[in-house]
Write a protein that binds this ligand. Structure first.
Ligand code: PLP
Length: 387
C-alpha cells in the first residue's frame, strides 16, 4: 500500500516549484507568467515514456479516465461494453455514464476476466471490452486480445491496480486501444486524486484530449479563448499541483513495485506450505505489482475465519473476503442498468465468480512492512485451519 507511504521531500519540492514559478495552477495558457513550468505536461511525457507509448493524457481521476476513454472511442447509446464481475464499481459506472450497456463476464482463478465467458457474452451490439488487472495481477491478455481481434472489438485496460506491472515484458495498459490508470490515495502511485490514459494512436489521443477539456482542440495557432472545436466534451482536467506530485511519484514507481514484490514474497513464503492454502492463478510471463497477496482456502467460512484471525492479530485483509460489496457485480442491485442487462436479477448472474471470490483471502502488501508481519500472518492462518 503503496506510493503514499513514500510521499516526502521530492513531492513537496515539485509543488513548491509551481509556486516559485508564478503559481499557475492551470495546465494550459498563462505562458508569460509561468517561466515554462508545466507539471501536468511533464507528468504526461514522463508517463508516456515510462510506458513506452507515444501519448499520455492526465485527468482528474481513474473513473474520469475510463469515461474519457469510452468517449474517445465513440462508445455510446446502445453499445454493449463487457467488463468483468470482479472490479471496482467505477468501471461499470463509466459505462453507464456513457449511456452504453454494461455487461459483466465471469472471472476465473486469476480473479480476472475469464476469456471463455467473455466470448460467450459477445453479441452483435458489443463494441468494447474493459479488462481489469485486479489487485495487481495481469489478466489473460493474449487470449483476450485475440478474441477482440476476432470480433472486431475495442479493448480498454483498466490498469488502476496494474501500474508498473508487465506481461511478457509489455507494460500493462499498453495492450489495447487505451489503458487507464488511477492515482487515488490507495493506488500504487498517488496524486491524491488523479488518473491517466495512454494511447498508441494519435487520433484517439487527440479526441480524448479535446473531450476531457470541453472539446478544446488546443490549436496552437490561436489563443485558448478562440480555440477550435469539433465536438462537445466535459471537464476532467488535472491541476498543476496534482501534476507536480505525479512527477515525483512516478520516479518512485519502480521502487514501490519492487518493495511490494519483495514483501509479498516474504508473506507468501511464510504460508505457502500450509495445507489448504492454494495460490491465485497467475498467467505465465506476469510481472505483478503485488499490491496484495491473494490465496484460496477450502470454504467461505474458512475465508471469514482467516479474516477474523488476521484482524485480531492487528493485521488486515484487503477487499477479500469482506469488501466484495464494492468490488463484485453480483451485489450491485443499486445499478438498475446492470440489473436489467443481466435479466433483472444479479443474485445468480455470476455463480462461478461468486464461488471463487467467496473462498479468496487477500492481504494488503505495504512498501514499509514491519519485520514480524510474515510470521504473524502465518499464525493467524494456521489458527483458521486448527478448528
Ligand atoms: C480505483 C479504481 C478505479 C477508479 O479510480 P479513481 O481514481 O478512484 O476514480 C477504477 N477502476 C478500478 C479497478 C479501481 O480499483
Amino acid at each position: 500500500m503503496p506510493g503514499h507511504e513514500l510521499l516526502g521531500q521530492e513531492e513537496k519540492q515539485e509543488v513548491l516549484d509551481v509556486f516559485d514559478n508564478g503559481g499557475i495552477l492551470f495546465r494550459q495558457g498563462f505562458e508569460g507568467l509561468r517561466n515554462n513550468c508545466y507539471k501536468v505536461r511533464q507528468f504526461e511525457n514522463a508517463f508516456a515514456s515510462h510506458m513506452n507509448v507515444p501519448y499520455a493524457l492526465a485527468v482528474s481521476s481513474g473513473t474520469a479516465a475510463l469515461r474519457v476513454a469510452l468517449a474517445a472511442l465513440g462508445i455510446g447509446q446502445g453499445d454493449e461494453v463487457i467488463t468483468q464481475s470482479f472490479t471496482f464499481v467505477a468501471t461499470v459506472e463509466a459505462i453507464i455514464e456513457s449511456r452504453a450497456i454494461p455487461i459483466c463476464a465471469d472471472i476465473d482463478t486469476t480473479l480476472n476476466m475469464d476469456p471463455e465467458d467473455l466470448e460467450r457474452r459477445i453479441t452483435p451490439n458489443t463494441k468494447a471490452v474493459i479488462v481489469v488487472h485486479m489487485l495487481g495481477t495481469p489478466a489473460r491478455l493474449p487470449e483476450i486480445v485475440d478474441i477482440c481481434r476476432k470480433y472486431n472489438l475495442l479493448l480498454i485496460e483498466d490498469t488502476a491496480w496494474g501500474c508498473g506491472g508487465f506481461l511478457n515484458d509489455k507494460p500493462l495498459g499498453t495492450w489495447g486501444s487505451i489503458g487507464t490508470f488511477s492515482f487515488d490515495f490507495a493506488k500504487t502511485i498517488t496524486t491524491g486524486e488523479g488518473g491517466m490514459l495512454v494511447f498508441r494512436d494519435k487520433e484517439t489521443y487527440m479526441r480524448a484530449q479535446a473531450w476531457h477539456d470541453h472539446g478544446h482542440e488546443s490549436n496552437p495557432t490561436v489563443p485558448r479563448w478562440e480555440d477550435t472545436r469539433a465536438s462537445s466534451g466535459f471537464n476532467y482536467r488535472m491541476t498543476e499541483l496534482q501534476g507536480a506530485v505525479g512527477v515525483a511519484q512516478l520516479r518512485k514507481l519502480k521502487e514501490v513495485v519492487l518493495a511490494q514484490r519483495n514483501n509479498k514474497f516474504k508473506i507468501w513464503n511464510a504460508i505457502c506450505d500450509l495445507p489448504g492454502v492454494t495460490p491465485r492463478s497467475v498467467p505465465s510471463g506476469s510481472y505483478e505489482t503485488s499490491d496484495a497477496l491473494v490465496f484460496f482456502v477450502d470454504t467461505k467460512e474458512r475465508a471469514r475465519l482467516c479474516r477474523e484471525n488476521l484482524i485480531n492479530a492487528g493485521l488486515a485483509t484487503k477487499i477479500l473476503p469482506e469488501a466484495y460489496t464494492w468490488h463484485f457485480s453480483g451485489t450491485w442491485h443499486h445499478m438498475s442498468e446492470l440489473v436489467s442487462s443481466h435479466g433483472g436479477d444479479l443474485t445468480t448472474a455470476f455463480d462461478k465468480s461468486h464461488s471463487i471470490l467467496a473462498r479468496a483471502v487477500s492481504i494488503p502488501v505495504n512498501v514499509n512492512m514491519a519485520r514480524e508481519v510474515p510470521s504473524k500472518v502465518r499464525d493467524a492462518i494456521t489458527k483458521a485451519f486448527s478448528l
